[in-house]
Design a protein around this ligand. Sequence first.
Ligand SMILES: [Zn+2]
Ligand SMILES: [Zn+2]
Length: 253
Amino acid sequence: MEICALASGSSGNCFYVGNKNGILVDAGISTKQIIERLNIIKKNPENIKGIFITHEHSDHIKGADVFARKFNIPIFLTKKTFENCFLCSDEDLINFIKNDERVSLCGMEIEAFSKSHNCLDPVSFNIHNGKQVSIITDVGYGCKNVIKSVSESDFLCIESNYDEKMLDNGHYPYFLKKWVKSDEGHLSNNQSALCVLENASSNLKNIVLSHLSKNNNTHNIALKSFNILKERRDLCPKVFISEREFPTKLFKI
Ligand SMILES: [Zn+2]
Ligand SMILES: [Zn+2]
């Protein structure tokens, strides 16, 4: 499988996973940006065969409707998410998925699992083809589904949203700080690193830190938090960071 974080952060999230053909997990950047970034990694939008939506927040769905209709791509999401978001996509393109069910596409099986975040029916995805890619962002805490996904993952894109001190000392209003830290908010660097330390297997070779806060995090602080992984000799993944403005390299596993 090939994997790329085309964009990640509160300004928009979009991940590519594929072989010859591929899928997007979320489409939270504009159609123009999706096309430009697919171009950078030498992928043709015509070869995108599905868009899998994690939840209805705009940084995950912004470009989905236009991109789907432009290239006639089916959208996969839960019924509750569909009912709570404003995708007016051609109804024929909408496909409902259920948690724990697998969809076969492009030689891969895509499995949604529920998680905790402040929306109606949030899911994350495991993508299988002998190896497992897990894409886990917008999650308040490491619930049992997140732990299972991390423990079975060969390639993990995981949220590392904020540094606790930066959030506490920053300018966000109190209610927002409280929400970000809550069980329905986001994972801090330390929460994310601990979740990997405690649950990942030695098969995990690559981690892409995702959905970093623009205001409450830095690359250096996020990377440093993951130094904790050195406590386990059997676990030595390479750690990368996804960006808001440009895609990561195209990873291959
Ligand atoms: Zn988000
Ligand atoms: Zn969200």
